[in-house]
Design a protein around this ligand. Structure first.
Ligand code: SAM
Length: 173
């Protein structure tokens, strides 16, 4: 009897977790797909050395980029945004980092010096039109797979994976 109750509770919890992830994937247009190890390695190579202020990750998912950012910028605070509650709670707990569980399009970008994200084409278009104009001059943007179609990257490198995933570095002029 006890094991039946425990199994039922576990199934309900698993269903709620899956349902929440699916719901937010549909709402946001993308799920918490992590950046692969080989693409993270390319990101490590392209991250700029001199970042004099605020670092923001837009849509942290399960937090796979946080160790790379911490390794490169050990003294910097990383502002992490993730709207989907389950990945946000996981990332906050596993990496011991505050995660802003809100829509990053509502963030204040006035002090941003580096933006890192991995999103999808429609979100990249919104970044181009809604966020890029708010970024201070000199701010870096690092993204991969999907580019900012209206901006010219400073550098593009290819990850050593099957897809030769492009990793882009932009700077606001
Ligand atoms: C493809 S995942 C990338 C995860 C992580 N950055 C990585 O590279 O491993 C994109 C994440 O962005 C989040 N996201 C998408 N739009 C968002 C928004 N407007 N505000 C906050 N989070 C958002 C999604 O929930 C998802 O977890």
């Amino acid at each position: 009897m006890n094991s039946l109750i425990i199994t039922t509770i576990l199934l309900i919890v698993a269903g709620l977790i899956t349902g929440s992830i699916l719901f937010w994937t549909l709402c946001l247009g993308i799920g918490p797909t992590p950046t692969s190890r080989k693409v993270r390695s390319a990101i490590r190579d392209i991250l700029p050395n001199n970042v004099s202020g605020h670092i923001m990750e837009l849509g942290a998912g399960w937090g796979h980029l946080i160790p790379t950012l911490r390794e490169k910028y050990p003294d910097k605070k990383i502002e992490v945004w993730e709207r989907s509650p389950i990945p946000a709670i996981y990332t906050q707990f596993v990496y011991g980092i505050e995660v802003k569980r809100k829509d990053f399009f509502e963030a204040d970008f006035s002090n941003a010096k580096l933006i890192v994200c991995y999103l999808f084409p429609d979100a990249m278009k919104r970044i181009e039109t809604e966020i890029m104009p708010e970024l201070p001059k000199g701010c870096w943007v690092v993204t991969h797979t999907f580019s900012l179609s209206g901006s010219k990257p400073v550098q593009v490198i290819k990850a050593r994976d099957l897809y030769k995933t492009p990793v882009y570095l932009y700077q606001v002029h």
